[in-house]
Write a protein that binds this ligand. Structure first.
Ligand SMILES: [Zn+2]
Length: 63
């Protein structure tokens, strides 16, 4: 499971956690997130702007 971070704010989409408030249950792959999906925190950046962080576990978060 990979993670993707908004370049404008600190929001991170984690495939393992999903984003229930946006209608993406846990383990929703990034590929299933629509391209016009906007960051739920700042609503400025869209999915294509997000930066891949790599696999979960990097950055001190337990996998
Ligand atoms: Zn954002």
């Amino acid at each position: 499971m990979a993670r993707y971070q908004c370049p404008d704010c600190s929001y991170v989409y984690d495939e393992e956690k999903g984003e229930a408030h946006e209608g993406f249950p846990p383990h929703t792959p990034w590929a299933q997130v629509p391209d016009d999906w906007a960051c739920p925190d700042c609503a400025v950046r869209d999915k294509p702007d997000f930066i891949p962080l790599g696999m979960s576990g990097i950055g001190g978060v337990a996998a």
